[in-house]
Design a protein around this ligand. Structure first.
Ligand code: 13P
Ligand code: ZN
Length: 273
């Protein structure tokens, strides 16, 4: 029986945290990731069977009782996670009453889950109702998207349509659009509730002047969603920096044609066709 540290879950997780760092989207301890694992996946590893500590949570996690989440620790630097996974990452199981989490692996320096754990757990609970294969919530600080939240109106329809029009593939990757919450103090249950409410209708949510929360059924899907949104924001910023003069764009009709060709449903009411 292999140890959890040698599992493909740790390999994939630490690979993505390093890539997030290398993209410049997770400076210092910026960003956090959680990855839902099944009982069957976890039970193969002998070293995850015992509870090392129990940590209370201040919201109702009953919907997630018994579920396992691999999650980054609060204050941990993303550049280091690949070297110290059992210190900087932990595997937790939501207790039966939904009021606490048991640490079953990792956080071996006494660490605990990210300060954004309320948003992650509430986000998983919400997205699991939309998509039973939901697995990953990923938060990071993508540079161009953050910059755009200073210069662009914080309107979901406006920002979504602009990001759709910045490159042909956008609407195929996020036909449901991008949600936005007002600026709020991070790291608490309140922002978690507001964000998870948005995740009912959007697979990703912008935190103005802070970053993004994205969901997905795999690490690649959540990361790919952020990459695509950030690329669109980068193109937007380049256009602005070079004078903002548009000679041509992708029209609403062309977006509708793309959606039909790729079999995706654009957010209702967003396209004027
Ligand atoms: P943590 O170190 O608690 O994960 O916080 C980082 C962050 O990005 C807060 O929004
Ligand atoms: Zn953050």
């Amino acid at each position: 029986m292999t140890n959890f540290i040698d599992s493909p879950f740790i390999r994939d997780f630490t690979k993505i945290t390093l890539q997030l760092y290398e993209h410049g989207w997770d400076e210092r301890n910026g960003g956090n990731v959680s990855y839902r694992l099944t009982e069957g996946e976890v039970s193969q590893y002998e070293d995850v069977q015992k509870i090392s500590r129990n940590i209370p949570i201040d919201f109702d996690g009953a919907d997630l009782a018994g579920m396992y989440f691999l999650v980054t620790g609060t204050g941990k630097y993303f550049k280091n996670i690949i070297e110290f996974p059992n210190r900087d990452v932990g595997l937790v199981r939501i207790a039966e009453d939904g009021k606490s989490v048991d640490i079953v692996w990792g956080f071996n320096d006494g660490g605990k889950p990210t300060s954004e754990f309320p948003t992650h757990l509430m986000g998983h609970a919400t997205r699991l109702k939309v998509n039973p294969n939901q697995r990953v919530i990923m938060h990071c600080h993508p540079t161009n998207l953050i910059a755009m939240t200073f210069t662009f109106p914080l309107d979901e329809k406006e920002i979504t349509k602009t990001l759709w029009k910045m490159q042909t593939e956008s609407i195929v990757v996020f036909p449901d659009g991008v949600g936005i919450v007002p600026w709020m103090v991070p790291g608490n249950t309140e922002i978690g509730k507001v964000t998870s409410d948005k995740l009912k209708e959007f697979s990703s949510v912008i935190w103005p002047q802070h970053g993004i929360f994205a969901s997905g059924s795999s690490i690649d899907e959540a990361f790919g969603l952020i990459e695509t949104i950030e690329k669109a924001a980068e193109i937007y910023n380049i256009i602005q920096a070079t004078g903002g003069q548009i000679q041509q764009t992708i029209t609403d009709q062309q977006l509708a044609n793309l959606a039909r060709a790729f079999g995706v449903k654009p957010k209702k009411g967003y396209l004027e066709v």
